[in-house]
Design a protein around this ligand. Structure first.
Ligand code: ZN
Length: 92
């Protein structure tokens, strides 16, 4: 008897964030209404949404406490991502 029970159920993706940002892979939404996002690395909860999480991961000084547990790989990835955003804004 060959029982076929190895079929994986299709993942339900009904609660996707409106804009797919690469930073969502590194944070968890705590409170969407208040834009609270938790860092996956240091478990710190940041208020200010995904943009704040990116600043936290890249360790931009001033507006948010820097992440102490993020890997250099991830940090560099978002460093470049932020730079691309910045350069696309300057349009001379
Ligand atoms: Zn962190």
């Amino acid at each position: 008897m060959a029982a076929e029970g190895g079929a994986a159920p299709a993942p339900h993706s009904s609660s996707n964030p409106p804009s797919v940002d690469p930073a969502w892979a590194h944070g968890i939404v705590v409170d969407m209404a208040r834009r609270k996002v938790q860092c996956k690395y240091c478990t710190r909860v940041l208020s200010g949404g995904i943009f704040r999480l990116k600043q936290h991961l890249v360790r931009i000084k001033g507006e948010v406490a820097p992440c102490s547990k993020v890997s250099a790989e991830v940090r560099i990835q978002f460093c470049q991502y932020m730079k691309e955003k910045e350069t696309s804004k300057v349009n001379n």
